[in-house]
Ligand binder design. Structure first.
Ligand code: NAD
Length: 491
């Protein structure tokens, strides 16, 4: 493995200070485009966990006692500082997980700003309650309070977005926060923490990187942590549920998906073909997106026409390559383990009897010939596999890469049955010009997010979360509070 010249060591943020781990252990950060080591991150210990929790607990009373307006002012300053540091953070995200620069700079950073502003606006509603008449002599009302210390556990596919979603609303509601980024893409989060420490009082936000297997359990089960919000896999969610079984605390679990994207014969086929391919699954971070529309359902009467359109809409604009080049449209798989998983699913799809409509190849040498700097990168081309039924493993298991299956259906009822025949329930897309059908589909689909004639349109003003094995709860302002019922006897 080649080693790039400048290897910067990033640090944890604990109580406003930048620190190495207590035993100085580090882990290499790998650029997935090249396979090169480009930075180092701390591998935190149980002592670091205790220090972060102590810092967050100590900072909590003062932070919670600020008025909503004062907290909002801090959050607006964070939003504004992204004008200065947004480009740097976007570049770190791109090196960290291979998400192409044109999307991290122009797509991601503006959304982070919107989240901080939205959270600042929401701060004033976080403590609001209701008055509840209880008869002539009893005055009933509710108030909302912050929970205390909120732990945000972050995946590797969209670290800065997830960090922001978990930190912004928790802070707005008066909680203090610990962020635990994925060991597979922690650099952006560590630098983000460093930048935010210039604005927030010490201990209000802490960031510690490390292995889930080493510090995950002690963070989650720590008595000083009052709420846990995970974005990650079902496996980790089950471990967290077990860790908190003895000493329960509020959980938000944002997990995986196997989202259907359904095209009816009455749809605008050109628009649909683009929405279900380039935008739906074959995106700048190579389909490593929880709501990726990885099961494409097409009505039989338009099936062949749609295959042709989908191929054109995917391959014509496609440019794999240097993730820091603004003309590149899709990057690599974010890490080696995920790369091996995605490749094995492509092979499995063929073994199961699937027919490759386009794509199917992987490897830097194959996909980027003549560019030896990318030979050891984790490259997979957009791949569409036609299957005749939804029971194949490639239709049921989350692949989390630029790989989708396409399945024909005859009727609306059949489309609903196939769409809901999954353990997951995160996203669903419907393409139709029939308003009645759109309404029926919205009601019938077992999914936390349903898009009609668009896909992946996530507004910061809308709640986001899944059903079934895609998890429960939302990273909203109210889920970062607890509600207290109060009665004052005035008779
Ligand atoms: P992962 O579950 O392997 O890791 C997520 C985080 O959990 C990492 O920080 C990891 O270190 C930590 N972790 C691991 N074991 C732990 C334990 N026992 N206790 C506490 N923390 C532990 O997930 P990943 O591979 O990083 O991310 C990919 C998954 O995330 C996919 O399934 C994807 O669908 C899902 N995801 C969901 C959403 C959503 O909003 N629903 C968004 C992005 C990603």
């Amino acid at each position: 493995m080649a080693i790039t010249k400048e290897i910067k060591q990033y640090q944890n943020l604990i109580n406003g200070r930048l620190l190495t781990s207590s035993d100085d252990r580090t882990m290499d950060a790998i650029n997935p485009a090249t396979g090169d080591v480009w930075a180092k991150i701390p591998l935190s210990t149980i002592e670091d966990v205790d220090a972060a929790v102590t810092a967050a607990r100590t900072a909590f009373p003062k932070w919670a006692a600020l008025s909503a307006g004062e907290r909002a002012e801090y959050l607006r300053r964070i939003a504004n500082v992204l004008d200065t540091y947004g480009q740097e953070l976007a570049e770190l995200e791109t090196k960290d997980n291979g998400w192409v620069i044109r999307e991290t700079i122009y797509g991601l950073i503006p959304v982070l700003k919107q989240i901080w502003y939205d959270a600042a606006g929401a701060a004033s509603v976080a403590s609001r309650g209701e008055t509840v008449p209880l008869g002539p002599t009893s005055f009933g009302y509710t108030i909302r309070e912050p929970l205390g210390v909120v732990l945000g556990i972050i995946p590797w596919n969209a670290p800065l977005f997830t960090f922001t979603l978990k930190a912004a609303y928790a802070l707005a509601a008066g909680n203090t926060v610990i962020i635990k980024p994925s060991e597979l893409a922690a650099v952006g989060s560590l630098r983000y923490g460093e930048i935010l420490a210039e604005i927030l009082p010490p201990g209000v936000l802490n960031v510690i990187s490390g292995l889930g297997s080493e510090i995950g359990d002690s963070l989650v089960a720590h008595k000083g942590v009052n709420r846990v919000s995970l974005t990650g896999s079902g496996r980790t969610a089950r471990a967290i549920v077990q860790s908190t079984a003895r000493d329960p605390k509020p959980l938000t679990l944002e997990l995986g998906g196997k989202s259907p994207n359904i095209v009816f014969e009455d749809a605008d086929l050109n628009k649909a073909a683009e929405g279900i391919t380039t935008n739906g699954i074959f995106t700048g971070n190579a389909g490593q997106i929880c709501v990726g529309g990885s099961r494409i359902l097409i009505q039989q009467s338009i099936f062949d026409e749609m295959l042709t359109l989908m191929k054109a809409k995917t391959l014509e604009p496609l440019k794999l390559g240097d993730t820091m080049d603004f003309t590149s449209t899709m990057g690599p798989i974010a890490n080696q383990a995920q790369y091996e998983k995605v490749c094995s699913y492509i092979d499995l799809g063929v073994q199961e009897g699937g027919k490759i409509i386009f794509g199917g190849r992987y490897g830097g040498e194959v996909l980027l010939p003549g560019q030896p700097q990318f030979s050891n990168g984790y490259w997979v081309e957009p791949t569409l596999i036609q299957v005749d039924k939804n029971s194949y493993r490639i239709c049921q298991e989350e692949i989390f890469g630029p790989v989708a299956v396409v399945i024909p259906f005859e009727t609306e009822e059949e489309a609903i049955e196939i769409a809901n025949d999954t353990a997951y329930g995160l996203g669903a897309g419907v393409w139709t010009t029939n308003l009645g059908r759109a309404q029926r589909m919205i009601k019938s689909l077992e999914s936390g997010n349903v898009w009609v004639n668009t896909y992946r349109r996530v507004g910061v003003e809308l709640p986001f979360g899944g059903f079934k094995e895609s998890g429960f709860g939302k990273d909203s302002i109210l889920e970062n509070t607890r509600e207290k019922a109060c009665v004052i006897e005035i008779g």
